[in-house]
Design a protein around this ligand. Structure first.
Ligand code: ADP
Length: 490
């Protein structure tokens, strides 16, 4: 099968968040399975050009129709991290991708629409005829509409589209101006089955277009798929998603086993596996030395992640204080784009600086995360919502038991030690339902009591997590089944 991914990010060359890891990991796994995979990306001036260093010298030049004008774009080919990539640069006075930023410059709707128009024009001009075009998030959501309308008689008429929602909160709300830029006429602008936002306001919603015009819609976990069709968690998109639920599924992301394997991880001092799990405790000692924590007979609970409302910052803070009062050591590694939250945690760090039962590290430190996953007993994820979540899967791979809120992808990957309906051989963590202090306290108490009083049971839970498969292998198979289904191959 011939698959083209079109996205605004791909690790490691242009990464802002989890989207980049998904585009990279899924593309490589599909190629490993013998499929032809190409990834089309913007050529940002700020991307890691040393990784994309082998950009081909003779770019393909294309002329892209935009609002009645022609914009010149060039496309460079490069193999990045094993992926065959095409980087699109546009030449206009707006300098769309030469701003030193990936997102947030006020005209992202226009920047990514021009990117999408260029990507489609590139496929048409070069005569490429992929079986599947897979688009991600609002930035590329306009592509299914372009194929189903403007280009329905083109060489891409047989190509099917898959559209993945990575976070329902970012929908690409914009104005009619963007549709006009892309060459759409007013019938697309108003009414239920158009790109008009469901709120009834005059705005255009690009994600809605992706949902309506794609042949398959996915999100990154089955539970999140169900949640996004409810009034509470649908972010205004619930009506449209429910209407198109017949083509909407949730597929859990995988994690990159080249980066995340305790048996081969170069960032931890003691490698280990299921058969040699005792070496995990040498990493725990090392973690304590590195972070100036007391060597003591106590469990370590850690948090690794963005510090924002989604991740339950007030529950993280409360858990830290609860842990210190209840014989638990606590490690927090996080960064926050929100100044108020950032200042709050800096104050807390200062207040607790002489406490050797906790360590707060504010910032981004990829290497330290490996030691934290290897050296902790538990990982805490008290998210308000979580489309998929990678940290719980990485932690389980390292034998670190997740204590998580029962939401989104956390519900699909973590099964409670006591209350789960799953068989005992699948129970791998601790869950709590309410987004409240009491609920997170109870979950931490249950986990720490088991650690202290039933170490054999605790170890069983650790081993269950380590034995499960979180690689891209099975997730990529699910995407392949979907691609086969929409392209009529079965
Ligand atoms: P998100 O909602 O942020 O995408 P995920 O759980 O899906 O959350 O993925 C988070 C990824 O980012 C994990 O690989 C985690 O290890 C990493 N990460 C989060 N915060 C930090 C940090 N402060 N330093 C280093 N890595 C981090």
């Amino acid at each position: 099968m011939y698959i083209v991914m079109i996205a605004s990010e791909c690790a490691p060359v242009s990464k802002v968040g989890g989207l980049a890891d998904v585009v990279d990991g899924l593309s490589r796994e599909l190629a490993n399975k013998g499929h032809k995979v190409e990834v089309i990306l913007p050529d940002y001036d700020c991307m890691n050009h040393s990784i994309a260093g082998n950009l081909q010298n003779n770019p393909t030049e294309i002329s892209v129709p935009c609002s009645g004008k022609q914009i010149l774009s060039t496309v460079h080919r490069a193999v990045v991290h094993g992926n065959e990539c095409f980087f699109i640069k546009t030449y206009s006075q707006e300098r769309y991708f030469d701003r030193g930023v990936y997102y947030g410059d006020g005209d992202d709707d226009e920047r990514f629409t021009v990117f999408c128009l260029s990507a489609v024009e590139f496929l048409l001009n070069t005569g490429k005829r992929p079986d599947i075009i897979h688009c991600h998030d609002w930035q590329t959501a306009i592509i299914p509409a372009l194929l189903k309308t403007k280009h329905r008689q083109s060489t891409l008429s047989e190509t099917k589209t898959c559209y993945t929602i990575h976070n329902i909160c970012h929908q690409g709300k914009t104005s009619e101006k963007i549709l006009k830029l892309a060459g759409f006429e007013p019938p697309f602008f108003t009414g239920g089955d158009t790109m008009a936002d469901d709120s009834g306001s005059a705005c255009i919603n690009l994600m809605k277009g992706g949902i309506i015009y794609s042949d398959a819609i996915t999100t990154v976990s089955p539970k999140y798929a169900a949640e996004t069709m409810t009034d509470q968690m649908g972010g205004g998109m619930q009506k449209t998603l429910s209407k198109y639920s017949g083509k909407y599924t949730g597929i859990i992301n995988g994690i990159d086993y080249d980066s995340w394997s305790p048996g081969t991880d170069k960032c931890i001092p003691f490698n280990y596996g299921i058969e040699s799990i005792d070496a995990k405790y040498k990493n725990k000692e090392h973690l304590r030395r590195e972070l100036s924590l007391k060597q003591d007979f106590k469990p370590i609970v850690s948090v690794v992640g963005r510090l924002d409302m989604q991740k339950g910052v007030h529950l993280i803070r409360h858990s830290l204080l609860y842990a210190l009062d209840n014989g638990i050591q606590f490690v927090l590694l996080g960064s926050s784009p929100d100044t108020e939250i950032d200042i709050y945690f800096h104050h807390l760090k200062h207040y607790l600086k002489s406490n050797h039962n906790c360590h707060i590290r504010l910032g981004y430190d990829e290497e330290l995360t490996h030691l934290i996953y290897a050296g902790s007993d538990m990982i805490l994820i008290p998210s308000l919502f979580e489309p998929c979540g990678l940290t719980q899967m990485i932690a389980m791979r390292y034998g670190t038991v997740p204590v998580v809120r029962n939401t989104g992808g956390l519900s699909d990957t973590v099964f409670d030690a006591r209350t789960s309906v799953n068989s005992i051989t699948e129970r791998n963590g601790f869950l709590f339902d309410d987004f409240s202090y009491d609920a997170v306290e109870l979950a931490l108490r249950r986990a720490s009591v088991m650690w202290y009083e039933k170490p054999h049971s605790f170890r069983e839970i650790m081993l269950t997590g380590m034995k499960a498969d979180y690689s891209w292998r099975s997730s990529a198979d699910k995407y392949l089944s979907l691609y086969n289904k929409i392209s009529g191959r079965w």
